[in-house]
Write a protein that binds this ligand. Sequence first.
Ligand code: RET
Length: 233
Amino acid sequence: MDQTAFLIGFAIMSLASLAIYAKGSKAPPARHHTLLHAAVPFIAATAYLAMAFGIGTLVKGDGTATYLARYLDWSVTTPILLAGLVLTAFHERGRTGEVGGYLTSIIVLDVLMIVAGLVSSLAAAPVAKWVWYLWSCVAFVGVLYLLWGPLRATVAERGKPLAIAYGKNISFLTVIWFLYPIVFLVGPEGLKMISDPTSVWAILIMDVVAKVAYAFYAAANLDKALGEGPSRA
Ligand code: RET
């Protein structure tokens, strides 16, 4: 893979981090969401820079590459994105204990999903590859269950506007997150139906949607639910 995609990824993510911060609410109660969402592309920019320099790129026996920086990016940024949703579900409820419980469960499942995916990418034996892929999918289903089950039930008690914002945000997230295991499955780490550059470009586009477009979409829905204007300085 040449450096171009990674350098484009780096440029988009750094600028997006600044844009999300510049446009986001700086005052409570939504300030922490701005910070969380600006942190995500900032971390991604770091990972793309590492990949552009080949840092953490493992070329395996069969010539396919595993980009370790990508998995490290995901293992940090996906918990941050999920934390934003958990905090939305419990917005100003004073139920800190429950928040901690859900946050821990969802983060543990999420990190497990990414790490199992990394092991699957690195595994040489087909059986190990598929076992770890499926294990990662199980954790992914666990994450989706928490978002669509107990957390959605919790936000429903909180009134319609917030429940609508939460529903829109998890719908967007579910659709875009589903593409990751599919690209992995058909890509060089799985069935090898698409080439390495194709999969790098696909994941670059998905990352921009899951991190940057999602930041603006989630903020707009939340601002609407909280009865704020679209941008507050
Ligand atoms: C892997 C492969 C194994 C099976 C599954 C996966 C799921 C990955 C996901 C990644 C999401 C990343 C995001 C990054 C943006 O910030 C590890 C590809 C289930 C869901 C949203």
